[in-house]
Write a protein that binds this ligand. Structure first.
Ligand code: UD1
Length: 419
Protein backbone atom coordinates (compact mmCIF):
# COMPACT_ATOMS: atom_id res chain seq x y z
CA UNK A 1 0.00 0.00 0.00
CA UNK A 2 1.14 3.56 -0.70
CA UNK A 3 2.66 5.66 2.03
CA UNK A 4 3.22 9.36 2.67
CA UNK A 5 6.50 10.82 3.82
CA UNK A 6 6.11 14.22 5.47
CA UNK A 7 8.90 16.48 6.68
CA UNK A 8 7.22 18.61 9.29
CA UNK A 9 7.71 22.25 10.18
CA UNK A 10 6.74 23.91 6.88
CA UNK A 11 4.13 26.65 7.18
CA UNK A 12 1.23 26.56 4.72
CA UNK A 13 0.50 29.38 2.25
CA UNK A 14 -1.77 29.57 -0.78
CA UNK A 15 -5.25 28.55 -1.85
CA UNK A 16 -7.00 25.22 -1.56
CA UNK A 17 -10.17 24.27 -3.47
CA UNK A 18 -12.69 22.11 -1.67
CA UNK A 19 -14.45 19.28 -3.55
CA UNK A 20 -18.11 18.30 -3.56
CA UNK A 21 -19.18 16.55 -0.38
CA UNK A 22 -18.50 12.83 -0.17
CA UNK A 23 -21.46 12.44 2.19
CA UNK A 24 -23.76 14.07 -0.36
CA UNK A 25 -22.46 12.13 -3.33
CA UNK A 26 -22.63 8.62 -1.81
CA UNK A 27 -26.38 8.80 -1.03
CA UNK A 28 -26.96 10.50 -4.40
CA UNK A 29 -25.37 7.51 -6.12
CA UNK A 30 -27.70 5.27 -4.10
CA UNK A 31 -30.70 7.42 -5.05
CA UNK A 32 -29.75 7.33 -8.75
CA UNK A 33 -31.27 3.82 -8.77
CA UNK A 34 -34.66 5.58 -8.54
CA UNK A 35 -34.01 7.43 -11.80
CA UNK A 36 -34.33 4.98 -14.67
CA UNK A 37 -32.27 7.36 -16.77
CA UNK A 38 -29.04 9.35 -16.40
CA UNK A 39 -27.87 11.15 -13.28
CA UNK A 40 -25.05 13.59 -13.84
CA UNK A 41 -23.18 14.61 -10.68
CA UNK A 42 -20.99 17.69 -11.16
CA UNK A 43 -18.13 18.67 -8.84
CA UNK A 44 -17.88 15.03 -7.82
CA UNK A 45 -14.78 14.13 -5.78
CA UNK A 46 -12.52 11.51 -7.36
CA UNK A 47 -12.18 9.39 -4.25
CA UNK A 48 -12.15 5.67 -3.65
CA UNK A 49 -15.56 5.55 -1.91
CA UNK A 50 -17.22 7.16 -4.94
CA UNK A 51 -15.63 4.61 -7.28
CA UNK A 52 -16.75 1.73 -5.03
CA UNK A 53 -20.36 3.01 -4.94
CA UNK A 54 -20.34 3.55 -8.72
CA UNK A 55 -19.01 0.01 -9.19
CA UNK A 56 -21.91 -1.31 -7.11
CA UNK A 57 -24.31 0.44 -9.53
CA UNK A 58 -22.47 -1.27 -12.37
CA UNK A 59 -22.76 -4.69 -10.71
CA UNK A 60 -26.51 -4.10 -10.28
CA UNK A 61 -26.77 -3.71 -14.07
CA UNK A 62 -26.18 0.02 -14.50
CA UNK A 63 -23.19 1.86 -15.96
CA UNK A 64 -21.07 4.84 -15.04
CA UNK A 65 -18.50 7.15 -16.58
CA UNK A 66 -16.24 9.58 -14.77
CA UNK A 67 -14.87 12.43 -16.80
CA UNK A 68 -13.17 15.46 -15.25
CA UNK A 69 -15.20 16.07 -12.15
CA UNK A 70 -18.46 14.78 -13.65
CA UNK A 71 -19.85 11.39 -12.73
CA UNK A 72 -22.59 10.06 -15.04
CA UNK A 73 -24.69 7.19 -13.75
CA UNK A 74 -26.87 5.23 -16.18
CA UNK A 75 -29.36 3.33 -14.07
CA UNK A 76 -32.04 2.25 -16.54
CA UNK A 77 -30.45 -1.19 -16.85
CA UNK A 78 -30.33 -1.89 -13.10
CA UNK A 79 -31.89 -5.34 -12.97
CA UNK A 80 -31.09 -6.96 -9.65
CA UNK A 81 -31.82 -6.01 -6.07
CA UNK A 82 -29.08 -8.20 -4.59
CA UNK A 83 -26.09 -6.08 -3.57
CA UNK A 84 -22.66 -7.60 -4.41
CA UNK A 85 -21.20 -8.98 -1.19
CA UNK A 86 -17.55 -8.22 -1.95
CA UNK A 87 -18.19 -4.51 -2.60
CA UNK A 88 -20.79 -3.96 0.13
CA UNK A 89 -18.24 -5.28 2.58
CA UNK A 90 -15.95 -2.46 1.53
CA UNK A 91 -18.30 0.46 2.06
CA UNK A 92 -20.89 1.14 4.72
CA UNK A 93 -22.81 3.57 2.51
CA UNK A 94 -23.81 0.64 0.27
CA UNK A 95 -26.58 -0.04 2.75
CA UNK A 96 -28.23 3.23 1.67
CA UNK A 97 -29.02 1.57 -1.67
CA UNK A 98 -31.46 -0.84 -0.02
CA UNK A 99 -34.12 1.89 0.43
CA UNK A 100 -33.85 2.86 -3.25
CA UNK A 101 -34.00 -0.79 -4.39
CA UNK A 102 -37.10 -1.44 -2.26
CA UNK A 103 -38.70 1.61 -3.89
CA UNK A 104 -37.82 0.49 -7.40
CA UNK A 105 -38.27 -3.30 -7.21
CA UNK A 106 -40.06 -4.01 -3.93
CA UNK A 107 -37.03 -6.02 -2.77
CA UNK A 108 -33.44 -5.63 -1.61
CA UNK A 109 -30.84 -8.00 -0.26
CA UNK A 110 -27.50 -7.21 1.30
CA UNK A 111 -24.73 -9.02 3.13
CA UNK A 112 -24.55 -8.34 6.86
CA UNK A 113 -22.12 -5.52 7.60
CA UNK A 114 -19.34 -6.35 10.01
CA UNK A 115 -17.68 -4.03 12.48
CA UNK A 116 -15.23 -1.58 10.99
CA UNK A 117 -12.18 0.39 11.91
CA UNK A 118 -14.09 3.14 13.69
CA UNK A 119 -16.12 0.76 15.80
CA UNK A 120 -19.21 -1.39 15.68
CA UNK A 121 -21.72 -0.25 13.04
CA UNK A 122 -25.01 -2.10 13.50
CA UNK A 123 -28.06 -1.74 11.21
CA UNK A 124 -30.87 -1.89 13.78
CA UNK A 125 -32.00 1.72 13.17
CA UNK A 126 -32.26 1.11 9.40
CA UNK A 127 -34.09 -2.20 9.94
CA UNK A 128 -36.55 -0.90 12.55
CA UNK A 129 -37.29 2.18 10.46
CA UNK A 130 -38.04 0.06 7.38
CA UNK A 131 -40.18 -2.27 9.53
CA UNK A 132 -42.21 0.80 10.58
CA UNK A 133 -43.10 1.08 6.87
CA UNK A 134 -44.29 -2.53 6.94
CA UNK A 135 -41.22 -3.76 5.06
CA UNK A 136 -40.54 -7.41 5.95
CA UNK A 137 -36.96 -8.07 7.00
CA UNK A 138 -35.47 -11.59 7.06
CA UNK A 139 -32.09 -11.92 8.69
CA UNK A 140 -30.03 -14.99 7.91
CA UNK A 141 -26.65 -15.11 6.21
CA UNK A 142 -27.87 -12.03 4.36
CA UNK A 143 -30.52 -9.45 5.17
CA UNK A 144 -33.47 -9.60 2.77
CA UNK A 145 -36.08 -6.85 2.57
CA UNK A 146 -39.52 -7.24 1.02
CA UNK A 147 -41.62 -4.18 0.39
CA UNK A 148 -44.54 -6.17 -1.07
CA UNK A 149 -46.85 -4.91 1.71
CA UNK A 150 -45.00 -1.67 2.42
CA UNK A 151 -47.10 1.33 3.36
CA UNK A 152 -46.48 4.88 4.43
CA UNK A 153 -46.58 5.74 8.13
CA UNK A 154 -44.71 7.20 11.04
CA UNK A 155 -41.06 6.36 11.63
CA UNK A 156 -39.25 7.36 14.81
CA UNK A 157 -35.48 6.82 14.82
CA UNK A 158 -33.99 5.92 18.22
CA UNK A 159 -30.86 7.92 17.28
CA UNK A 160 -30.53 10.49 14.46
CA UNK A 161 -28.61 8.16 12.14
CA UNK A 162 -27.63 9.89 8.90
CA UNK A 163 -27.80 6.76 6.79
CA UNK A 164 -31.08 5.51 8.25
CA UNK A 165 -32.69 8.92 7.66
CA UNK A 166 -31.58 8.79 4.01
CA UNK A 167 -32.52 5.14 3.53
CA UNK A 168 -36.08 5.69 4.79
CA UNK A 169 -36.50 8.80 2.63
CA UNK A 170 -35.65 6.73 -0.43
CA UNK A 171 -37.82 3.78 0.65
CA UNK A 172 -40.84 6.07 1.20
CA UNK A 173 -40.90 8.21 -1.95
CA UNK A 174 -43.27 5.94 -3.88
CA UNK A 175 -45.52 4.71 -1.06
CA UNK A 176 -49.12 5.90 -1.16
CA UNK A 177 -49.85 8.49 1.52
CA UNK A 178 -47.66 10.43 3.92
CA UNK A 179 -44.57 9.17 5.74
CA UNK A 180 -43.31 11.17 8.70
CA UNK A 181 -39.75 10.52 9.85
CA UNK A 182 -39.01 11.81 13.36
CA UNK A 183 -35.73 12.29 15.22
CA UNK A 184 -33.99 12.56 11.85
CA UNK A 185 -30.36 13.45 11.41
CA UNK A 186 -30.08 17.14 10.46
CA UNK A 187 -26.81 16.93 8.49
CA UNK A 188 -26.83 19.38 5.54
CA UNK A 189 -25.97 16.64 3.04
CA UNK A 190 -29.48 15.24 3.60
CA UNK A 191 -30.81 18.45 2.01
CA UNK A 192 -28.91 17.52 -1.16
CA UNK A 193 -30.61 14.14 -1.18
CA UNK A 194 -34.02 15.78 -0.67
CA UNK A 195 -33.37 18.20 -3.53
CA UNK A 196 -32.29 15.39 -5.84
CA UNK A 197 -35.34 13.27 -4.97
CA UNK A 198 -37.60 16.26 -5.62
CA UNK A 199 -35.97 16.76 -9.04
CA UNK A 200 -37.10 13.19 -9.73
CA UNK A 201 -40.66 14.21 -8.87
CA UNK A 202 -40.71 13.06 -5.25
CA UNK A 203 -42.35 15.25 -2.62
CA UNK A 204 -40.02 15.51 0.34
CA UNK A 205 -39.81 18.40 2.81
CA UNK A 206 -38.05 19.01 6.10
CA UNK A 207 -34.49 17.81 5.37
CA UNK A 208 -32.08 19.65 7.65
CA UNK A 209 -34.60 19.54 10.52
CA UNK A 210 -35.64 16.86 13.01
CA UNK A 211 -38.78 15.91 11.02
CA UNK A 212 -38.93 14.93 7.36
CA UNK A 213 -42.23 14.43 5.57
CA UNK A 214 -42.49 12.35 2.42
CA UNK A 215 -45.67 12.58 0.38
CA UNK A 216 -45.72 9.43 -1.76
CA UNK A 217 -45.98 9.77 -5.55
CA UNK A 218 -46.97 7.07 -8.06
CA UNK A 219 -44.32 7.81 -10.63
CA UNK A 220 -40.85 9.26 -10.67
CA UNK A 221 -39.26 11.11 -13.58
CA UNK A 222 -37.05 9.06 -15.91
CA UNK A 223 -34.52 11.05 -17.82
CA UNK A 224 -31.40 13.15 -17.49
CA UNK A 225 -30.88 14.90 -14.19
CA UNK A 226 -27.94 17.11 -13.37
CA UNK A 227 -26.98 17.80 -9.77
CA UNK A 228 -24.18 19.71 -8.07
CA UNK A 229 -23.64 18.69 -4.44
CA UNK A 230 -22.66 21.20 -1.75
CA UNK A 231 -18.98 21.46 -0.86
CA UNK A 232 -17.41 19.08 1.59
CA UNK A 233 -17.44 20.59 5.09
CA UNK A 234 -15.28 17.73 6.38
CA UNK A 235 -12.57 18.33 3.77
CA UNK A 236 -12.76 22.09 4.46
CA UNK A 237 -12.52 21.42 8.21
CA UNK A 238 -9.54 19.14 7.68
CA UNK A 239 -7.65 21.90 5.82
CA UNK A 240 -8.66 24.46 8.47
CA UNK A 241 -7.05 22.15 11.03
CA UNK A 242 -3.97 21.50 8.84
CA UNK A 243 -3.19 25.20 9.25
CA UNK A 244 -3.73 24.96 13.01
CA UNK A 245 -0.96 22.32 13.06
CA UNK A 246 1.48 23.89 10.58
CA UNK A 247 0.80 27.63 10.87
CA UNK A 248 0.88 30.13 7.99
CA UNK A 249 -1.94 31.74 6.03
CA UNK A 250 -4.26 29.96 3.60
CA UNK A 251 -7.30 30.68 1.47
CA UNK A 252 -10.07 28.13 1.49
CA UNK A 253 -12.28 28.14 -1.59
CA UNK A 254 -15.51 26.30 -0.80
CA UNK A 255 -15.85 26.84 2.93
CA UNK A 256 -19.43 27.18 4.10
CA UNK A 257 -19.07 28.97 7.43
CA UNK A 258 -22.62 28.19 8.63
CA UNK A 259 -22.14 24.47 8.06
CA UNK A 260 -18.70 24.57 9.70
CA UNK A 261 -19.73 26.79 12.60
CA UNK A 262 -19.00 24.31 15.39
CA UNK A 263 -15.36 24.03 14.21
CA UNK A 264 -14.92 27.69 13.27
CA UNK A 265 -16.03 28.83 16.74
CA UNK A 266 -13.38 26.64 18.36
CA UNK A 267 -10.47 27.53 16.10
CA UNK A 268 -11.31 31.25 15.94
CA UNK A 269 -10.94 31.33 19.73
CA UNK A 270 -7.71 29.36 19.81
CA UNK A 271 -5.85 29.06 16.53
CA UNK A 272 -6.54 31.65 13.87
CA UNK A 273 -8.41 34.60 12.47
CA UNK A 274 -10.83 33.95 9.61
CA UNK A 275 -11.62 36.70 7.06
CA UNK A 276 -14.41 36.49 4.50
CA UNK A 277 -13.39 37.29 0.92
CA UNK A 278 -16.68 36.32 -0.68
CA UNK A 279 -19.46 33.79 -0.23
CA UNK A 280 -17.27 30.71 -0.29
CA UNK A 281 -13.75 32.08 -0.07
CA UNK A 282 -12.09 32.74 3.27
CA UNK A 283 -8.59 33.77 4.28
CA UNK A 284 -7.32 32.07 7.41
CA UNK A 285 -4.36 33.57 9.32
CA UNK A 286 -2.92 31.26 11.94
CA UNK A 287 -1.27 32.21 15.25
CA UNK A 288 2.30 30.95 15.66
CA UNK A 289 0.94 28.27 17.98
CA UNK A 290 -2.66 27.24 18.73
CA UNK A 291 -3.96 27.18 22.31
CA UNK A 292 -5.63 24.03 23.70
CA UNK A 293 -9.25 23.72 22.54
CA UNK A 294 -10.88 23.01 25.93
CA UNK A 295 -13.76 20.54 25.92
CA UNK A 296 -15.02 19.42 22.51
CA UNK A 297 -17.94 17.01 22.11
CA UNK A 298 -18.58 15.27 18.80
CA UNK A 299 -22.34 15.00 18.35
CA UNK A 300 -24.91 14.84 15.56
CA UNK A 301 -25.16 18.03 13.45
CA UNK A 302 -25.23 20.93 14.28
CA UNK A 303 -22.82 19.66 16.94
CA UNK A 304 -19.11 19.21 16.26
CA UNK A 305 -18.72 16.46 13.59
CA UNK A 306 -17.34 13.07 14.56
CA UNK A 307 -15.63 13.08 11.14
CA UNK A 308 -13.36 15.91 12.36
CA UNK A 309 -12.78 14.56 15.85
CA UNK A 310 -9.49 12.76 15.01
CA UNK A 311 -8.10 15.78 13.10
CA UNK A 312 -8.99 18.15 15.95
CA UNK A 313 -7.39 15.78 18.46
CA UNK A 314 -4.22 15.76 16.32
CA UNK A 315 -4.16 19.56 16.30
CA UNK A 316 -4.69 19.49 20.09
CA UNK A 317 -1.57 17.32 20.46
CA UNK A 318 0.49 20.25 19.09
CA UNK A 319 -1.43 23.10 20.78
CA UNK A 320 -0.38 24.77 24.00
CA UNK A 321 -2.58 23.56 26.85
CA UNK A 322 -5.36 21.07 27.46
CA UNK A 323 -8.05 19.62 25.20
CA UNK A 324 -10.63 17.01 26.10
CA UNK A 325 -12.43 15.42 23.12
CA UNK A 326 -15.46 13.23 23.58
CA UNK A 327 -17.17 11.29 20.77
CA UNK A 328 -20.87 10.63 21.29
CA UNK A 329 -21.45 9.38 17.74
CA UNK A 330 -18.70 6.77 17.34
CA UNK A 331 -17.56 6.23 20.95
CA UNK A 332 -14.55 4.07 20.05
CA UNK A 333 -13.20 6.26 17.26
CA UNK A 334 -9.79 6.71 18.90
CA UNK A 335 -7.64 3.92 17.45
CA UNK A 336 -5.39 6.56 15.85
CA UNK A 337 -4.35 7.76 19.36
CA UNK A 338 -1.79 4.97 19.74
CA UNK A 339 -0.14 6.12 16.51
CA UNK A 340 -0.04 9.74 17.68
CA UNK A 341 1.62 8.53 20.88
CA UNK A 342 4.46 7.13 18.71
CA UNK A 343 5.13 10.74 17.67
CA UNK A 344 5.43 11.72 21.32
CA UNK A 345 1.85 12.96 21.83
CA UNK A 346 0.65 13.18 25.41
CA UNK A 347 -2.88 11.76 25.22
CA UNK A 348 -4.97 9.29 27.14
CA UNK A 349 -8.18 7.59 26.02
CA UNK A 350 -10.80 6.60 28.58
CA UNK A 351 -13.84 5.03 26.93
CA UNK A 352 -15.19 7.71 24.53
CA UNK A 353 -13.05 10.54 25.90
CA UNK A 354 -9.51 11.56 24.99
CA UNK A 355 -7.52 13.88 27.24
CA UNK A 356 -4.70 15.69 25.43
CA UNK A 357 -1.93 17.86 26.79
CA UNK A 358 -0.28 19.68 23.90
CA UNK A 359 3.49 19.46 23.35
CA UNK A 360 6.09 19.29 20.56
CA UNK A 361 5.85 16.17 18.43
CA UNK A 362 8.59 14.41 16.51
CA UNK A 363 8.47 12.35 13.34
CA UNK A 364 7.94 8.58 13.48
CA UNK A 365 6.58 5.72 11.37
CA UNK A 366 2.86 5.40 11.91
CA UNK A 367 0.01 3.58 10.23
CA UNK A 368 -3.38 4.88 9.07
CA UNK A 369 -6.16 2.59 10.29
CA UNK A 370 -9.13 4.47 8.86
CA UNK A 371 -9.97 7.52 6.76
CA UNK A 372 -10.18 10.36 9.30
CA UNK A 373 -7.69 8.78 11.69
CA UNK A 374 -5.24 8.63 8.77
CA UNK A 375 -5.82 12.30 7.98
CA UNK A 376 -5.19 13.09 11.66
CA UNK A 377 -1.73 11.47 11.41
CA UNK A 378 -0.89 13.69 8.40
CA UNK A 379 -1.94 16.77 10.38
CA UNK A 380 0.26 15.80 13.32
CA UNK A 381 3.15 15.16 10.90
CA UNK A 382 2.79 18.64 9.35
CA UNK A 383 3.46 20.21 12.75
CA UNK A 384 6.01 17.68 14.01
CA UNK A 385 9.78 18.04 13.92
CA UNK A 386 11.48 15.75 11.42
CA UNK A 387 10.26 13.02 9.12
CA UNK A 388 7.05 11.04 9.53
CA UNK A 389 6.15 8.05 7.38
CA UNK A 390 2.45 7.26 7.23
CA UNK A 391 1.65 3.75 6.05
CA UNK A 392 -1.61 2.49 4.50
CA UNK A 393 -2.70 5.82 3.04
CA UNK A 394 -5.30 4.11 0.83
CA UNK A 395 -7.62 4.75 3.79
CA UNK A 396 -7.06 8.49 3.24
CA UNK A 397 -7.78 8.09 -0.50
CA UNK A 398 -11.30 6.92 0.39
CA UNK A 399 -12.36 10.43 1.32
CA UNK A 400 -9.83 13.03 0.11
CA UNK A 401 -9.14 13.77 -3.55
CA UNK A 402 -5.42 14.38 -4.05
CA UNK A 403 -4.80 15.11 -0.36
CA UNK A 404 -1.02 15.21 -0.75
CA UNK A 405 -1.26 17.20 -4.00
CA UNK A 406 -3.32 19.90 -2.28
CA UNK A 407 -1.00 19.97 0.73
CA UNK A 408 2.05 20.18 -1.51
CA UNK A 409 0.51 23.13 -3.38
CA UNK A 410 0.23 24.87 0.01
CA UNK A 411 3.95 24.35 0.59
CA UNK A 412 3.93 21.18 2.69
CA UNK A 413 6.87 18.83 2.25
CA UNK A 414 4.88 15.67 1.50
CA UNK A 415 5.51 12.85 -0.89
CA UNK A 416 3.54 9.77 -1.88
CA UNK A 417 5.61 6.64 -2.20
CA UNK A 418 3.78 4.26 -4.50
CA UNK A 419 4.24 0.58 -3.67
C1 UD1 B 1 -22.68 8.93 8.12
C2 UD1 B 1 -21.50 9.48 7.36
C3 UD1 B 1 -20.22 9.33 8.17
C4 UD1 B 1 -20.39 9.97 9.55
C5 UD1 B 1 -21.66 9.47 10.22
C6 UD1 B 1 -21.97 10.21 11.52
C7 UD1 B 1 -22.15 9.16 5.06
C8 UD1 B 1 -21.89 8.45 3.79
N1 UD1 B 1 -21.38 8.77 6.11
O1 UD1 B 1 -22.44 7.55 8.33
O2 UD1 B 1 -19.17 9.98 7.47
O3 UD1 B 1 -19.29 9.63 10.36
O4 UD1 B 1 -22.79 9.62 9.36
O5 UD1 B 1 -22.07 11.58 11.29
O6 UD1 B 1 -22.97 10.04 5.14
N2 UD1 B 1 -26.03 3.23 14.40
C9 UD1 B 1 -26.66 2.16 14.99
N3 UD1 B 1 -27.56 1.45 14.27
C10 UD1 B 1 -27.87 1.78 12.96
C11 UD1 B 1 -27.23 2.88 12.37
C12 UD1 B 1 -26.31 3.59 13.10
O7 UD1 B 1 -26.41 1.85 16.17
O8 UD1 B 1 -28.70 1.11 12.36
C13 UD1 B 1 -25.06 4.03 15.17
C14 UD1 B 1 -23.65 3.97 14.57
O9 UD1 B 1 -22.97 2.82 14.98
C15 UD1 B 1 -23.05 5.25 15.10
C16 UD1 B 1 -24.24 6.21 15.11
O10 UD1 B 1 -25.41 5.39 15.09
O11 UD1 B 1 -22.61 5.05 16.41
C17 UD1 B 1 -24.30 7.16 13.92
O12 UD1 B 1 -24.20 6.46 12.72
P1 UD1 B 1 -24.86 6.96 11.36
O13 UD1 B 1 -25.32 8.36 11.53
O14 UD1 B 1 -25.82 5.95 10.91
O15 UD1 B 1 -23.62 6.92 10.40
P2 UD1 B 1 -23.61 6.61 8.84
O16 UD1 B 1 -24.89 7.05 8.23
O17 UD1 B 1 -23.18 5.21 8.60
Amino acid sequence: MDRFVINGGKKLFGRVNICGAKNSVLPLIAASVLNEGVTRIRNCPKIRDVYIMAKIIERLGGKYTFSGDTLDLYTEGVSTWVLPEDLTGEIRASVFITGALISRFGYAETAKPGGCNIGNRPLDIHINALKSLNVTVSEGETIAFSGANAKSGKVVLRFPSVGATENVMMAAVRLNGTTTIENCAEEPEIIDLQNYLNLLGAKVVGAGTRTIIVEGVNKLYRGEIEFTPRSDRIEAGTFLLCGACAGGEIEINGLNIEESLSLCKIIRRNACKIYRKDDKMYTVKYYPRAKGFGRVIAEPYPGFPTDLQPQLTAAACLAEGLTVTEDRVFPSRFSYAEELAKMGADLRVLENVCVVSGKRLSGATVSAGDLRGGAALCLAALGAEGKTTILNVSHIDRGYEGFEVKLKSLGADIQRIVT
